[in-house]
Design a protein around this ligand. Structure first.
Ligand SMILES: *Cc1c(COP(=O)(O)O)cnc(C)c1O
Length: 438
């Protein structure tokens, strides 16, 4: 137990809120070493849309490994890559009438964001990129400069340049149209906002507080970008792969982004895998210009193909996600209503929703109470004030209901002012002592 405290950096984060040792997982459940069962409403921060250890993906992966399939391949052609690309074209791109090139980057989301920024700047020969309030795009310097959160930005230690920040949909209330503002500053040569290479945006801001933009806003953004010869990058790393109710989160808006980043649930199995998609005419990379040792991941190609075959061959899964999304919205509306007075509000859409508890302390009391009842759920937002529901999309309806029951009971408890003990003694029945001593 002590090994984590003694050896692992203080930078660890999720493990502080869920101080158990996890041993196995299946679907929407995780089990600790003492065989306690938890419902997983964190789902690898959106990397496990199809749950843990999906049996079909696991079988395909084991078969591939046992057959002596390539594990590492740089960017060589492999059968695993071919089959993934054929499936992705047939079941994702062609079905949506989308014409995009695929670029495999290093395996994490931030790698895909770096590549998309680099290509936009190279294509437009402009250094600035517009990013939005509460945006989250990763932790390496280029992506971090697009990220809004000061706790993370402050870690950079150098000036984060190259981003110009503009207000996201709703940031200034319902009355102010932030797209008109964007159009105005890009039209006015004395606005002080340099013409950017691109705008980078999330349709639902995962880490930034589950804010989402309306389809109208997104269409407006797309039009303003076209009007000013600015590329539109949709960072679909967390909102993509079905989370919003369709494979890509921008489908409802009917826009065609120039560049799209995907990672998190793309492999389907929790394996590291990231990809950038862009319009064919933007493919002006020269060979090896953006390189890397781990571009494409053969094991992830195998599970990603299996995920698409299993869930995206027809509309059934998408319909299920929408139905569950509606159930979540109905339940959360009722919970929020109960506490009236605008104390709590519901955020997000699809299976990407949250409860804004206004204050981070209350939100963390609620998530701690929920953990005690067997639910793993995290917070997001500036002040960690949003309880973020991010369960696997494949969750059984009765488990989804149970998870939300636990959230509701936890809110009831916290709001009834039941004294929730401090973290240290709260987990006194737990053998792990992972609280920082200072
Ligand atoms: C998680 C996330 C990233 C960064 O991905 P990493 O794999 O953590 O580097 C970038 N953009 C969005 C929208 C994300 O949610």
């Amino acid at each position: 137990m002590k090994i984590f405290e003694e050896l692992e950096s203080e930078v660890r984060s999720y493990s502080r809120n869920f101080p158990r040792i996890f041993k196995r997982a299946q679907g929407e459940f995780i089990y600790d070493e003492d065989e306690n069962e938890y419902i997983d409403f964190l789902a690898g921060a959106g990397a496990l849309n199809y749950g843990h250890n999906h049996p079909i993906m696991r079988t395909k992966l084991i078969e591939y490994i046992e057959s002596g399939g390539m594990t590492h391949s740089l960017d060589l052609f492999t059968d695993a890559k071919r089959e993934f690309m054929e499936t992705f074209r047939e079941k994702i791109l062609d079905k949506r009438d989308m014409d995009y090139r695929l670029m495999f980057t290093g395996p994490t989301g931030t790698n895909a964001v770096e590549a998309s920024l680099k290509m936009a700047r190279k294509l437009k020969q402009r250094s600035h990129v517009i990013a939005f309030t509460n945006g989250w795009h990763g932790q390496t310097l280029g992506a971090l400069s697009m990220t809004a959160n000061s706790h993370h930005r402050d870690g950079a230690g150098i000036a984060l340049t190259g981003a110009h920040r503009l207000p996201y949909d709703g940031y200034l209330g319902d009355q102010l149209n932030t797209i008109e503002y964007l159009d105005k500053v890009l039209s006015d040569t004395s606005s002080g906002v340099d013409l950017p290479a691109a705008c980078i945006v999330e349709t639902i801001q995962g880490e930034g507080g589950v804010n989402y933009c309306s389809p109208e806003w997104l269409r407006g953004l797309s039009e303003v970008c076209k009007k000013h010869d600015v590329l539109l990058i949709i960072d679909d790393i967390q909102a993509g792969c079905g989370r919003s109710g369709s494979f890509f989160s921008f489908e409802e808006a009917g826009i065609e982004p120039d560049i799209v980043t995907l990672s998190k649930s793309l492999s389907g199995y929790g394996l590291p895998f990231a990809m950038v998609m862009f319009k064919p005419e933007l493919d002006r990379w020269s060979p090896g210009e953006h390189n890397g040792t781990f571009r494409g991941n053969c094991h992830a190609f195998v599970t990603a193909k299996a995920a698409i075959d299993t869930y995206w061959s027809d509309d059934t899964f998408q319909q299920e996600v929408r139905k569950k999304g509606k159930y979540i919205a109905d339940r959360l509306d009722k919970i929020v209503e109960k506490y009236g007075d605008g104390n709590f509000t519901v955020m997000g859409r699809g299976m990407f929703q949250g409860i804004n508890c206004v204050n981070g302390e209350i939100a963390s009391k609620i998530t701690r109470a929920a953990f005690k009842k067997g639910l793993i759920i995290e917070t997001s937002g500036t002040d960690d004030q949003i309880i973020k529901l991010l369960c696997p999309l494949i969750i059984a309806e009765e488990v989804l209901a149970k998870g939300i029951d636990i959230i509701e009971e936890s809110i009831d408890e916290v709001c009834a002012n039941i004294e929730v003990p401090e973290e240290s003694d709260y987990f006194d029945d737990v053998t792990v002592n992972d609280t920082k001593e200072d």
